[in-house]
Design a protein around this ligand. Structure first.
Ligand SMILES: Nc1ncnc2c1ncn2[C@@H]1O[C@H](COP(=O)(O)OP(=O)(O)OP(=O)(O)O)[C@@H](O)[C@H]1O
Ligand SMILES: [Mg+2]
Length: 326
């Protein structure tokens, strides 16, 4: 998603920016982003990745179907850094090698503490060359040993120029070994923002030509704006639904004839008069120092408010208005 479009997450963005600044300045730190499905955890992780200029970014996406595979996620994370495995002290090298199946394993499972140390050593060596951001998404699906090891790393980094971010769905459905790390709970967005998020998402979906999904998002937005009485946003959602080929009545199913007439704003009235006098959209735009699309936008609202569908009808409606006002 477009991070510039992230609504209402100033506090969280600031916290992430500080974490990245600290890593660039030589320190380490971590956050566990927690929140219900769809609340915006991955979106914030993307934000952090975008802001990690001058840093290396290593990502782990835990996958539900790999939960039972020991070390799957850790392997995904460490692959780019394994070129330095030979530099590790022998016990760490052997533990990691056997965890990843690089060397014949003992009968016993590799010692998690040694694997943890090996991961820490490899990541700090990499971060010594360039600060490192480690992102772990969907931590609730991390295999157990990887979760243990990554949490171990997160608790031990200090002056290593490493920032770690974990995203966890709430409730995670299992016990995760993330004790001692700093939680950042993502509250639900206030409803107007949530409605706007639906609208923006719907607009984006339409541009991606996912029209059916777009309609569902925009309809949700329209219902929410309508319920909150946010008319300007409701208008925008209605226009968007129109672009998606859906007809929507103003405030429900009422028809133009039954609808109480909304009054025009001063700007709408100026535009309506110019157009009724024969001005084209670009001529009206030039006279009022706005863009033709602004004229178009206002004109649509004028048409809707007056219940007309053509310029000829507009002239009639304006004459009626003048008479009524006189
Ligand atoms: N603050 C926001 N402003 C605008 N859009 C947002 C915001 N937060 C999330 N979204 C959008 O909402 C949708 C869901 O967000 P996201 O995928 O980040 O949720 P999540 O918490 O990672 O969910 P899950 O638990 O399913 O992984 C995405 O399309 C995202 O772009
Ligand atoms: Mg997510």
């Amino acid at each position: 998603m477009q991070n510039t479009a992230l609504i209402n997450r100033d506090h969280e963005r600031q916290a992430l920016d500080q974490l990245l600044d600290a890593a660039r300045a030589g320190l380490s730190g971590s956050f566990v982003l927690r929140g219900e499905p769809g609340i915006g955890k991955s979106a914030l992780l993307d934000y952090a990745a975008d802001r990690a200029s001058g840093m290396q970014v290593a990502r782990v996406l835990a996958i539900e179907s790999e939960m039972e595979l020991g070390f799957a996620a850790l392997h995904q994370l460490l692959v780019p850094f394994l070129t330095r495995i030979e530099e590790l002290p022998a016990p760490q090298r052997d533990a990691l090698g056997s965890a990843f199946g690089l060397i014949a394993a003992d009968a016993a499972a590799p010692d998690r503490f040694l694997v943890g140390l090996a991961a820490l050593t490899l990541l700090s060596a990499a971060a010594a060359a360039q600060p490192l951001l480690v992102i772990v998404d969907d931590t609730q699906w991390l295999d157990d040993v990887s979760a243990d090891v990554l949490a171990f790393v997160a608790r031990r980094v200090y002056a290593d120029r490493i920032a770690l971010l974990f995203a966890v769905r709430e409730p995670p459905g299992r016990r995760l070994p993330l004790d001692g790390l700093t939680d950042l709970y993502l509250p639900g967005l206030p409803r107007p923002d949530l409605a706007r998020a639906h609208l923006l998402y719907g607009e984006w979906l339409r541009r991606q030509r996912h029209r059916a999904e777009a309609r569902a998002q925009v309809r949700t937005a329209l219902d929410m704006f309508g319920a909150m009485g946010l008319d300007a946003f409701a208008d925008r959602a209605r226009t968007e639904l129109g672009a998606l080929g859906e007809r929507v009545g103003v405030r429900g199913q009422d028809t133009a004839a039954e609808r109480p007439r909304e009054s025009l704003t001063a700007q709408e009235e100026r535009i309506a008069r110019l157009v009724a006098e024969g001005a084209s959209n670009s001529e009206a735009a030039a006279q009022l120092f706005v863009s033709p699309s602004t004229i178009d936008y206002h004109l649509r609202k004028v048409f809707r408010k007056l219940g007309v569908t053509s310029r000829t009808q507009l002239i009639g409606a304006l004459a009626d208005l003048a008479e009524a006002g006189a």
